[in-house]
Design a protein around this ligand. Structure first.
Ligand code: C5P
Length: 201
């Protein structure tokens, strides 16, 4: 029996950290679906047509070193608004979700579109200044030069585009549990996520 955990939310809310910890705790596989859109965005910046880039996406594309860069994040959110790009990535995500042994997928539309039948759905969020502060520190640690104000502006622009697009907009599924991590440590956020998933097992 497969057990799917859907974790959605805006940029830098803590989805990635929580998803990795949850997957390690339960022994589930983890897919960061943002990487798929980032890889398509990076290929578009290389000059490819985004739909073709999505249709011919190769697992090796997910290992590119530049995927965390802010300009790739922006490109990702632009290609993510294209219906045919999203359609090209559905089967891969659903096959991953159906893995025996359980899977955690994090993204924007996992609980609403990719896995509406997921056993557990979390919508992880935090105030935009808290999220920008976290992302700014993350980028600084990676040696990517930027400022807090730039990160905040970039994040707001991306969240607005992700929330307002017609194709699979960012929003909590009706049956998702909202987890606001603004005031939580990583350990507290992870513990809350694990407790919620345990309730669904
Ligand atoms: O999660 P991450 O910040 O890596 O995602 C990059 C972009 O990919 C998002 O801003 C969003 O536009 C897009 N995305 C999406 N659906 C997903 C995951 C990511 O549209 N399931």
């Amino acid at each position: 029996m497969s057990f799917t955990v859907a974790i959605d939310g805006p940029a830098a809310a803590g989805k990635g950290t929580i998803s990795r910890a949850v997957a390690a705790h339960f022994g589930f596989a983890h897919l960061d679906t943002g990487l798929l859109y980032r890889a398509v965005g990076a290929r578009m910046l290389d000059g490819l047509d985004p739909v073709e880039a999505a249709e011919t996406l190769d697992p090796a594309d997910l290992d590119r070193d530049d995927l965390r860069r802010p300009e790739v994040a922006q490109a990702a959110s632009k290609v993510a608004a294209i219906t045919q790009v999203r359609a090209a990535l559905v089967d891969f995500q659903r096959a991953f979700a159906a893995r025996a042994g359980g899977a955690v997928l994090d993204g924007r539309d996992i609980g609403t579109v990719i896995c509406p039948e997921a056993a557990a759905k979390l919508f992880v969020t935090a105030s935009d200044t808290v999220r920008a502060e976290r992302r700014y520190r993350e980028l600084a640690e990676k040696g990517i030069e930027t400022t807090f104000d730039e990160v905040l502006a970039e994040m707001r622009e991306r969240d607005a585009r992700d929330s307002e697009r017609a194709a699979a907009p960012l929003k909590p599924a009706g049956d998702a549990v909202i987890l606001d991590t603004s005031q939580l440590s990583i350990d507290q956020a992870v513990a809350a996520a694990i407790a919620e998933i345990d309730r669904r097992r």
